[in-house]
Ligand binder design. Structure first.
Ligand code: SAM
Length: 215
């Protein structure tokens, strides 16, 4: 298996062909070895056009979904970013290549530990991981220029809007447990916010105080 070729095909066939235009997102996903973020037995499928299981009944998101959500965050390089749902660590790694600092929260300890190992092995040192309920954000590290939630929420968690800097973007899937819509929240300078809807999607549940109660 030639992973470089598989990655190039993924970027051209799944991202560029579907309208991803942000050059920095494209470059980051061309560089990042996605196959290292899944179990070895699944490495050959890492560049396929679908999510994959990562254990603990959780998934690494489809490459196109990672690219689209990242593009919606409009990162230029100097931002402080929060991700809820570290999972495999792949999305956090993409964000770390595009922003100044990434804080990421995962509620399942073994996933966070494995992600930490992979991210360290890639020398991505601008990522801070916390094991906790991310639906209440990360008060001590706030405010954030951009926040990304990579699990499906029943509503927009108010704490996350609160921890967004004026002018900041929050991107998250909102809906019921079977299907959601990708939503972008744009916080204005006066603290109020507007929402925009993107495509339909299906994520695992966001579980916590401001999310779903149970799996
Ligand atoms: N971003 C991940 C990646 O690149 O592999 C994919 C994330 S997976 C679709 C969703 C993750 O959100 C799961 O690992 C799940 O345990 C986590 N999660 C769900 N509710 C959470 C919460 N309240 N706080 C933190 N993590 C949560």
């Amino acid at each position: 298996m030639n992973y470089d070729i598989a990655r190039k095909r993924m970027v051209e066939g799944q991202l560029i062909a579907r309208g991803i235009r942000d050059r920095r997102v494209i470059e980051a996903m061309l560089k990042l070895p996605r196959h290292l973020f899944v179990e070895e037995a699944m490495a050959a499928q890492a560049y396929n056009d679908n999510p994959l299981p990562i254990g603990e009944r959780q998934t690494i998101s489809q490459p196109y979904m990672v690219a689209l959500m990242t593009e919606l965050m409009e990162l230029k390089g100097k931002e402080r970013v929060l991700e809820i749902g570290t999972g495999s660590g792949y999305q956090a790694a993409v964000l770390a290549m595009l922003a100044d600092r990434v804080c990421t929260i995962e509620r399942i300890r073994p996933l966070a530990m494995r992600a930490r190992k992979v991210l360290d092995s890639l020398r991505l040192l601008n990522i801070n991981i916390k094991i906790d309920d991310g639906t209440v954000g990360w008060e001590e590290e706030a405010p954030f220029d951009a926040i990304l939630v990579t699990a499906g929420a029943p509503d927009i968690p108010p704490k996350l809007v609160e921890q967004l800097a004026p002018g900041g973007r929050l991107v998250l899937p909102v809906g019921d447990q079977f299907s959601q819509t990708l939503v972008r929240v744009l916080k204005r300078e006066d603290g109020t916010y507007a929402t925009e809807q993107s495509i339909g999607c299906r994520f695992v549940k966001l579980i916590g105080r401001n999310g779903w109660e149970t799996e």
